[in-house]
Ligand binder design. Structure first.
Ligand code: 5GP
Length: 113
C-alpha cells in the first residue's frame, strides 16, 4: 500500500478524531473544518483519487457512501448534509488518498464555488 497522510491516520501513527471505523473504511473529523460538521470518510485501501478506482472497487465506493450517510445521521445532520469528492489538484485535492468530505451545519451555495 502507498503511504499517505491518511494511511498514517489509519495506522494510528498520527492522531485524529475518529468517529467511525470498520474493516473497509475510517471516518474522522477534518483538521481544518469548513462547516460545523466536516468529516472525512476514507477507504483503508489506498486509492489515490476517484478516477483511479476500478470496477471491482464499486462495492467499496458504495460502502463509503452508506457510511457517510450513517455518520451524518449520527452527527444529527441526516436530513441536510453535502458530500464532496475533490478529484485532482486542479479542483483542490490536496491529499491523494480518496476521501469523501461530509459537510453539514450551515448554509451551502448552489452551484458550489
Ligand atoms: P482535499 O483537499 O484533498 O479534498 O481534502 C483533504 C482534507 O484533509 C482537507 O480538508 C484537510 O483539512 C484535511 N487534512 C489534511 N491533513 C489532515 C490531518 O492531518 N488530519 C485531519 N484530520 N485532516 C487533515
Amino acid at each position: 500500500m502507498t503511504d499517505t497522510l491518511f494511511t498514517k491516520i489509519i495506522d494510528r501513527e498520527i492522531p485524529a478524531d475518529i468517529v467511525y471505523e470498520d474493516e473497509q473504511c475510517l471516518a474522522f473529523r477534518d483538521i481544518n473544518p469548513k462547516a460545523p460538521m466536516h468529516i472525512l470518510v476514507i477507504p483503508k485501501k489506498c486509492i489515490a483519487k476517484l478516477t483511479e478506482a476500478k470496477q471491482n472497487d464499486e462495492p467499496l465506493l458504495g460502502h463509503l457512501m452508506t457510511v457517510a450517510s450513517v455518520v451524518a445521521s449520527k452527527e444529527g445532520y441526516g436530513d441536510a448534509f453535502r458530500l464532496v469528492v475533490n478529484n485532482g489538484a486542479a479542483v483542490g485535492q490536496s491529499v491523494f488518498h480518496l476521501h469523501l468530505h461530509i459537510l453539514g451545519g450551515r448554509d451551502f451555495m448552489w452551484p458550489p464555488g
